[in-house]
Ligand binder design. Structure first.
Ligand SMILES: *[C@@H]1O[C@H](CO)[C@@H](O)[C@H](O)[C@H]1NC(C)=O
Ligand SMILES: *[C@@H]1O[C@H](CO)[C@@H](O)[C@H](O)[C@H]1NC(C)=O
Length: 264
């Protein structure tokens, strides 16, 4: 019987190896089929939409290896401080992007470039956004959650608002924490819901002053030129008269010129 035992042992080892490699292979193929950003979790819904979850991973930079067929990305509760230009370019099927509960204080121009036609919901709530940068939202028509940020309301913000295509209700999330000029009525209010407040008044006033200064400058120049012109012509006239006087002339003419010289 030792022969049979030997045969069994050898074959079980082979079987075991075969099984092992089979498991490894399925794992590898599975991984290739649902390629996912490393350190994130990916799942596929029945409707074919891929979801990438990278929540609460202490990430400091937006992952650049998110598969291009992803429909939902959760990047909330990380440590991002900025969204660089073209951070999500290539994700043309992205419908939802969650960047809430980060340390975002800056969104660079074109941060969401490439998402314009697909993105429907953008969550930027609970970050450190202070200044509203319209260029960051270029091309975006999504509904955005902008609440829970320390927004600074000033003339720049007022002028930037009409330049974004975000769903208008999104802008009611911009609640002013500070303002320039200091307007107590605007603090703690959604800026969009305070239409009586004009934060560009001070700026318009300085523009008016600048206009006045410029106009005064022009006026002074015109006056000095006139004075100079008159003076120069006086000299000319006098020289001309002296020349006329020096000519041998008829009595009437010289009388005429003398009256002119007295006038001058
Ligand atoms: C994703 O990118 C690959 C090439 O990197 C391309 O072949 C494929 O068509 C893209 N898929 C989508 C859904 O855009
Ligand atoms: C926006 O975000 C805040 C805080 O993260 C949340 O409480 C609120 O429900 C969100 N609003 C919408 C419309 O999703």
């Amino acid at each position: 019987m030792p022969l049979l035992a030997d045969w069994l042992l050898r074959h079980s080892v082979v079987m075991c190896l075969l099984l092992h490699s089979l498991v490894l292979m399925t794992f590898c193929f599975h991984h290739a089929a649902t390629s996912c950003s490393k350190s994130c979790y990916c799942s596929e819904s029945e409707s074919g939409g891929k979801t990438v979850r990278c929540s609460n991973l202490q990430l400091t930079e937006i992952p650049q290896d998110i598969p291009n067929d992803t429909r939902r990305v959760y990047l909330d509760f990380n440590l991002f401080t900025t969204v660089p230009t073209n951070a999500f370019a290539g994700l043309q099927h992205l419908v939802e992007l969650d960047l809430s509960h980060n340390e975002l204080s800056q969104l660079e121009p074109g941060a969401f470039r490439g998402l314009g036609s697909s993105l429907q919901f953008l969550d930027l709530s609970s970050n450190k956004l202070v200044n509203f940068n319209a260029e960051a939202f270029e091309g975006l028509r999504a509904r955005a959650n902008l609440t829970n940020n320390p927004w600074h309301c000033d003339c720049n913000l007022q002028m930037a608002m009409p330049r974004v295509d975000l769903e208008p209700a999104s802008l009611t999330g911009i609640v002013c924490q500070t303002s320039d000029p200091e307007e107590n009525e605007v603090k703690g209010l959604a800026f969009l819901l305070a239409p009586d407040i004009d934060l560009c008044v001070a700026m318009k006033r300085t523009t008016d002053v600048a206009m006045l200064v410029v106009m005064f400058g022009w006026f002074t120049m015109v006056i000095s030129y006139l004075v100079y012109y008159v003076r120069a012509n006086q000299e000319d006239a006098r020289r001309h008269l002296e020349y006329l006087k020096s000519l041998p002339s008829r009595q009437g003419k010289s009388e005429e010129s003398s009256t002119i010289s007295t006038v001058v």
